[in-house]
Design a protein around this ligand. Structure first.
Ligand SMILES: Nc1ncnc2c1ncn2[C@@H]1O[C@H](COP(=O)(O)OP(=O)(O)OP(=O)(O)O)[C@@H](O)[C@H]1O
Ligand SMILES: [Mg+2]
Length: 387
């Protein structure tokens, strides 16, 4: 492999008449004056006598073609592979044309590829196009895991990608974005497995019920298996976990009902919650206050409520009308539609089971260094994650 064409300090062309280049592959350039320089393949192509070199719009330019001839390469006899490579660190001078290029030994690029020790980081797979480095790699990094490729399980064939989780301390956010079927969930499962192996307390909100690790290693040699059974728990909202209503502040409750109503909670309804919710309300005390108010609106006026009370002969009912009167006097000026709106949303959440149970089981998981997989419909997860 050799450097060809006009070069500069950042990018050069490299030709090979034997093996094709791989995108993202790392190469070392032996520049006479500047020593070993490391570079990454960013574009590749192949040529032979049926595909003329000067195709319009190609990334290879005239200077490459003429220097190929000068260096003795001929596309009449061979297929030629040409790559554009970008230097890892900008060189001081342009690279010398004709400089020898080769695949590095692992030690020559170790610092670029390994940012963390095997024990301290998350092992997430192999680094793309690092197959040539496998042989010269430290023994302790070899044969650590299996890979799943094109529907088959294959042996590790490259440098492990070790994610330095300690560095997350400074910017603790990751987003994984991609089209449907691009591997987001699959990749996330690998991350979660690694977190479990390290006993790092983790909460997952799992709307698709896909983060179960009970039976994920069938058909794999025992050497590579890891039993996650005691390392995680699946907790369903409304069954194993929920939100403790009594602990909610008025603000919490507004956020919660808001999250469950997907933007349909009006300012007026928010005001109703602010007025009617009291500190230390249970679900039942709050719901009862709203229900009585709703009924009072339906009856129509203080006078009519008193008439009803006078007509009833049951003490229980009578005291209920007293309570209704009290609520009506305090909140009768609120818009009835908004009161109904809040009550309806609240009751729906209750029916979904969000207020049965609390987060004790999640806390227990975390204290034990386990993975808590909270499962439920996305709407309820939105509510749950607020608490
Ligand atoms: N790293 C990988 N190696 C091998 N196969 C993979 C890899 N990632 C994903 N796959 C395959 O692709 C399929 C789809 O991946 P996955 O379910 O993770 O996609 P997704 O991005 O979560 O899609 P969606 O947005 O539809 O949920 C997996 O079932 C798996 O077979
Ligand atoms: Mg998915």
């Amino acid at each position: 492999m050799q450097v060809v064409g006009i070069t500069n300090q950042q990018e050069v062309f490299v030709v090979s008449d034997k093996v094709p280049f791989k995108i993202n592959q790392i190469l070392v350039i032996n520049d006479e004056r500047q020593g070993l320089l490391r570079a990454e393949v960013v574009e590749t192509s192949a040529y032979n006598r049926f595909i003329p070199l000067d195709i319009n719009g190609d990334f290879v330019d005239k200077s490459v073609i003429s220097s190929l001839k000068a260096l003795g390469y001929s596309i009449d006899d061979n297929t030629l592979y040409i790559a554009k490579v970008r230097l890892m660190v900008e060189a001081e001078y342009p690279i010398q044309v004709g400089s020898e290029v080769r695949v590095p030994n692992f030690d020559e690029v170790k610092d670029l590829l390994l940012k963390s020790k095997l024990e301290s980081g998350l092992v997430l797979g192999i680094i793309k196009s690092s197959e040539e480095l496998y042989e010269t790699m430290d023994e302790e990094l070899k044969d650590k895991f299996l890979l799943f490729q094109d529907g088959r399980i294959i042996e590790q064939n490259g440098v492990p990608f070790i994610f330095d989780i300690a560095s997350m301390q400074q910017y603790p956010h990751i987003g994984i974005f991609g089209g449907s079927g691009s591997g987001k969930s699959f990749g996330l499962r690998v991350i979660l497995e690694e977190l479990m192996k390290k006993n790092i307390p983790t909460v997952v909100l799992d709307p698709h019920f896909e983060m179960n690790f009970k039976e994920n290693q069938k058909d794999v040699d025992a050497k590579y298996q890891y039993d996650f059974k005691d390392r995680f728990e699946c907790l369903e909202i409304g069954k194993a976990v929920g939100v403790k209503f009594d602990n909610l502040t008025t603000r919490d409750l507004i956020n919660l009902i808001g999250a469950a109503s997907a933007g349909t909670l009006t300012d007026s309804m928010t005001n109703v919650i602010e007025q009617v919710h009291k500190n230390r309300d249970t679900y039942f005390s709050f719901e009862r206050r709203l229900s009585l108010l709703k009924e009072a609106f339906e009856i129509g006026s203080e006078k009519k409520i008193q008439d009803r009370k006078a007509k009833c002969d049951d003490d229980m009912d009578a005291s209920r009308f007293d309570e209704m009167l009290e609520v009506y006097r305090e909140f009768g000026s609120l818009p009835p539609q908004s009161v109904n709106g809040v009550l309806w949303r609240l009751q729906r959440l209750y029916k979904d089971g969000i207020f049965t149970n609390d987060i004790t089981r999640v806390e227990k998981c975390l204290k034990e260094g386990k993975l808590a997989v909270v499962q439920g419909p996305i709407k309820l997860l939105n509510v749950f994650q607020l608490t």
